[in-house]
Design a protein around this ligand. Sequence first.
Ligand code: NDP
Length: 453
Amino acid sequence: MTAQEYVETVLHDIQVSSPGQVEFYQAAEEVLHSLRPLLEEDPKYIEHNILHRIVIPERTIIFRVVWIDDAGKPQTNLGYRVQFSSTLGPYKGGLRFHPSVNLGIIKFLGFEQIFKNALTGLGIGGGKGGSNFDPKGKSDNEVMRFTQSYMNELYRHIGQTHDVPAGDIGVGAREIGYLFGQYKKLTGRFEGILTGKNLRWGGSNTRTEATGYGSVYFAENILNANGMELKGKTCTVSGSGNVAIYTIEKLQSMGAIPVSCSDSKGTIHHPSGINIETLKAIKEVNRGSLEEYARLHTDATYVPLHSYPEGGHAVWSIPCDVAFPSATQNELNLVDAKHLVAHGCRLVNEGANMPTTPDAVAYLQEHDVFFGPAKAANAGGVAVSQLEMAQNASMEHWSFAEVDTKLFEIMKNIFNTAHETAEAYGHPGNLIVGANIAGFQKVADAMIDQGAV
Ligand code: NDP
């Protein structure tokens, strides 16, 4: 069987066995097609049937979560934890609370996480979880009762050498706190079973900032390798959550000008540069809407979601040198890619997971826009999560500067690995191919070492 035939067979089998899981299929298609140069060169991966094995999670847990709302009424949600691969270490990957969550989304995120975690070189497996619970509009007490109920089931499936979840969309410091408290109550044990913990009780310096800072470090590596730098560049950023905020903060400290942010209701364009204090106050403290930002800064414009340009998103119609999609999956489509190319954008660097649609990626590559793929560009978060696990295990606490320096080095290594692998397999400059092959090879070789399990 040729590499091409093998990839087609595995993708066909995914469609049959996982009907309707469109995001998972999209992620698998991108990874598997890009592995062809490796599969052609080394037949052992086909002989050991690695692709068929790696696309099936080791374990999928789906459970009912019942919680009591403020009116005293029981409400229900679905809870998920997909333990995808423990080949390189304990399952590691965040929890997402968002109404769009379903099994296909959790599987896409878990699948990507396997290779991302392998790329960090840190000995962590891949997993992901979450719920279709929507924290928006809920009181603190409702969020607490939901998260406690979610942990009532999850606690029996996690452990510091087994599975260590973290945050993702809708799961930040508040939710991690409630989850940790409930785990401790249920088990009587204070242990590092979650990362992203508060600094006061077991968290790591720089974990909050890690994904955004890491994404900016990665972008700087790409630009430097091509004779450019972020300093002085106009940058557009989407989202206004954890990843977006710390992308904007780091861009400013490196002398770039981040001019946008967005949320699920609209986009802010602030040509003189986003005011980070205002953004943090609205989103981190008050959990408010970006409409408030335009009221406070009259030289900024707010474009509500319903008035976005035909088929595209307002944030990508703003002229920029570098774009940082940092909100959610499939948020940058072909229409947006055309806007970016027309405005002379030089680099798209993915802070979110799979934010760029496949046709948009192809268009950007055809037009020589550099591309930082998510599994490499946003790996800083999980890398510092692993550093949090290491500190918990050794009962140490490293300084902000110490962890930031390690993060910087890890992002540089990830870039070098992806860059060199792309070149070695005949796709120079294509970091998608480089990241996928390098991450896959680490996991696949270890799977072969560990036998057919
Ligand atoms: P947050 O919940 O902190 O922020 C998400 C942001 O995206 C918010 O501004 C939210 O708007 C917006 N958003 C979410 N869903 C949608 C949607 N369907 N349509 C439009 N806007 C949306 O999440 P994070 O910043 O943590 O995560 C952002 C992305 O980065 C995700 O893809 C995540 O998987 C990825 N990621 C996160 C890591 C981390 O360490 N946190 C690590 C690696 C990747 P609103 O404010 O209105 O809700």
